[in-house]
Ligand binder design. Structure first.
Ligand code: G3I
Length: 397
């Protein structure tokens, strides 16, 4: 990205503030963008700001703030767990559509888009399926047919109601896996071979001609060595290019954005470069599961502000790097946080040794954190008259 363009963004941003004050006042009060929600500010760019939704928290009447913020602050929602195979078909042939239907209805009532998560993943599969494959009662042919049936059934049910589908999630290994050389990993690659990816996209397309079909993964925020043997972003890039060359209907790449302040992470230009390289393959991009966790040292757990503040600032800076990169690249269609409150975050349950947390944009008492204000300022300062409307690809046939 040409630095000169950034300089022009900065100068225009200053002009923006001046312009903002000329925006018509509502009800006598001058227009104050800081009073706007993240969702509303994102829509000025055609950018959908979203959150993952924990259905138990949403339905907890003793916790009205969760439902209020989910409805008001965000333009897009993703089911944190309700649309996963183990949730939808816990018993073979018996579907539990309730929670997923409820989220889709909730989104409709609140004029929100829905990101469908997730059709094909190696985690959270129903035990009847994994046991059947393990004990041989489900053959490879039957497994492939079950996958086709699952994708067709789920995508058909939410046809026209789901904007983006994570068709395949986390199909690629990591450098710390064995063998370390990057490869297709997990249940589906093991039992069906990597060809299942192309099949999955084609089955999803057949069931919904309009939904945008995404490949979703973590640790692909920026390129590393450029060698697909150890650079996961390069491996995914080559994979998507290959799928496109085969005419597979893949419309987008979702970068989860699970970051940690203890790691080096990336600067905005490195992330822009990655988004632009994927865009050049003819696909859209999105940040799909953003959170920025920190180690909960004894000092942090003891409430020592000198330990807590640097972590909150580092977390905010990383949320902002991804937001600025997304704003700068018009193929970036959505920016979803993986839960908005530290009270409902997967991080402490997963990263417990050493303990990690403080990963979201609101604290445990639903008070907006520095991260919330930083991404809000990114949305405002990149605002009128310098808005980059999104470029949405036509769904690939
Ligand atoms: O539903 C059961 C409940 O009946 C039981 O009482 C409870 C106690 O163990 O577990 C509940 O299931 C939990 C499920 O979340 C629903 O809350 C599982 O144990 C727990 O492992 C599962 O964690 C989810 C995790 O995916 C599973 O891999 C997290 O909430 C969810 O945030 C996380 O999300 C993933 C994305 O889908 C893909 N990318 C990474 C991301 C973080 O791991």
């Amino acid at each position: 990205m040409k630095l000169r363009r950034w300089v022009s963004i900065a100068t225009v941003a200053v002009a923006t503030v001046a312009v903002l004050n000329t925006v018509p006042a509502t009800a006598g009060k001058p227009y104050d963008p800081t009073k706007q929600t993240l969702g509303a500010l994102g829509l000025r760019h055609g950018l959908q700001i979203g959150t993952a939704v924990d259905m138990a928290a949403l339905n907890n009447t003793g916790n009205p703030q969760y439902r209020r913020i989910t409805a008001a602050e965000f333009a897009s929602v993703t089911a944190e767990n309700a649309m996963k195979w183990e949730s939808l078909e816990p018993t073979r042939g018996k579907y539990n559509w309730g929670p997923a239907d409820q989220l889709v209805d909730f989104a409709k009532r609140n004029k929100q888009s829905v990101r469908g998560h997730v059709l094909v993943w190696h985690n959270q599969l129903p035990t009847w399926l994994t046991d059947g494959v393990a004990n041989g009662s489900i053959s490879k042919q039957e497994l492939r047919e079950l996958l086709r049936k699952h994708i067709t059934t789920v995508v058909s049910r939410y046809k026209g109601k789901v904007w983006q589908w994570d068709v395949v999630n986390e199909a690629v290994s990591d450098p710390w896996d064995n063998p370390p050389t990057l490869h297709y990993k997990g249940f589906w690659a093991q039992h069906l071979g990597p060809g299942y990816l192309a099949d999955a996209f084609r089955w999803a397309r057949a069931a919904d001609p309009k939904a945008l079909l995404f490949y979703n993964d973590y640790n692909i925020e920026a390129f590393g060595s450029g060698n697909p043997a150890d650079d996961k972003t390069q491996f995914v890039y080559d994979m998507v290019r290959g799928l496109r060359a085969q005419g597979v209907p893949i419309d987008g790449v979702g970068s989860q954005g699970h970051l940690g302040t203890q790691y080096g992470n990336y600067n905005t230009f490195q992330v822009i470069e990655a988004l632009e390289k994927f865009t050049a393959l003819g696909v859209a991009t999105a940040f799909t599961e953003v959170d920025v966790r920190s180690q909960l040292t004894d000092g942090v757990q003891a409430g020592n502000s000198e330990e807590i503040n640097p972590r909150l600032q580092a977390s905010a800076a990383n949320f902002s790097v991804l937001m600025k990169a997304c704003l700068a690249v018009r193929s970036c269609l959505s920016y979803t946080v993986w839960g908005f409150s530290d009270r409902h975050s997967w991080v402490p349950g997963w990263f417990d040794d050493p303990p990690e947390g403080l990963a979201t944009i609101y604290d445990e008492n639903y008070q907006a954190k520095l991260a919330y204000h930083e991404i809000k300022s990114d949305l405002i300062l990149a605002g009128p008259p310098y808005v980059l409307p999104r470029i949405t690809p036509k769904p690939h046939r």
